[in-house]
Design a protein around this ligand. Structure first.
Ligand code: SAM
Length: 286
């Protein structure tokens, strides 16, 4: 029986049995695999790193979409960087008050293969009339985008390896800050602190130079091995991180969302970081 062994770390690895291979190919940018595992359902990997599984993707996509949008409170224009599997687009598009969604993905083949072999991820979201889909490097896109045009930016990137590396640069965060409207919020995929603490500290330093309030929130996504994963957070108003539960409840109700992980209580609690993570960050400003 063939197995997938993740190559994200040198000294440890998680391994999934491959019960059926749907697609394996070197695209223009990265090595893409989509296979079936009896427990996890369909799994997508890029460059040997788990990107998403049908079993637990709801945790990651609900938390990365609904926390910034419901914290913002009146988001109308959302930018998604990456997210080629389409699940982030699916969750963002559930907010009917949003008027436009721009999604910038570097690898068209990821989108095409995900549509074909991971259909439940996008669940038809790519046909949403509010969507403007751009095939481009996210860094190039934000560099050329007009200032102040987005209310929420979600960087649903790979790890800072290969094409994803530029999405963790100070220049990227600075450009994203420039194209956010006043009151805007940015959320980023920021790895698993237990194994990638340096990534968290690097984001604190780099994002912190451009956002008055830089922090993190978290959720445990089982196949992002190693405990809680961190979501980078940037805004100019600390209050956006501390929206009260009653307001979140009202916004959640008005949005009419049915979720399997996100709740207003978990939203608020997710900004509480373990002491060892907070201590590691305290040495780096904010
Ligand atoms: N949820 C996953 C995670 O946490 O690792 C990430 C999901 S999604 C598959 C990551 C996407 O980022 C991929 O579709 C990849 O092609 C895209 N990507 C990587 N580098 C990029 C770049 N520089 N610009 C735009 N998209 C990029």
């Amino acid at each position: 029986m063939k197995e997938f062994q993740e190559t994200l770390y040198d000294s440890i690895a998680q391994c999934f049995r491959i019960d059926k291979m749907y697609f394996e190919h070197k695209t223009e940018h990265q090595h893409l695999m989509i296979f079936h595992n009896a427990f996890l359902g369909r799994v997508m990997t890029l460059d040997g790193i788990v990107q998403t599984t049908e079993k637990d993707e709801f945790i990651y996509h609900e938390m990365m979409a609904h926390v910034p949008i419901l914290a913002h409170g009146h988001a109308r224009r959302v930018l998604i960087i990456g997210g080629g599997d389409g699940a982030m687009l699916r969750e963002v598009s559930r907010h009917r008050a949003i008027e436009s969604i721009v999604m910038v993905e570097i690898d068209a083949e990821v989108i095409e293969m995900a549509k074909q072999h991971l259909p439940r991820h996008s669940a038809g979201a790519f046909t949403d009339p509010r969507l403007q889909l751009v095939i481009s490097d996210g860094m190039e896109f934000v560099r050329g985008a007009e200032s102040g045009q987005f209310d929420v930016i979600i960087s649903d990137s790979t790890d800072p390896i290969g094409p994803g590396e530029v999405l963790f640069s100070e220049d990227f965060y600075g450009q994203c800050k420039r194209i956010l409207a006043p009151g805007g919020v940015m959320a980023t995929q920021n790895g698993v602190p237990f194994f990638q603490l340096d990534e968290l500290i690097q984001t604190r330093e780099r994002m912190g130079r451009h956002f008055a309030d830089q922090s993190f929130y978290s959720a445990a996504v089982p196949t992002y091995y190693g405990g809680i994963m961190a979501f980078g957070w940037g805004s100019d108003d600390p209050g956006l991180r501390q929206v009260d539960e009653q307001t979140l409840q009202q916004r959640f109700r008005e949005a009419g969302l049915e979720t399997r992980y996100y709740t207003p209580q978990i939203h608020r609690a997710s900004f509480a970081l373990p002491a060892w993570v907070q201590d590691a960050l305290d040495g780096y400003g904010q």
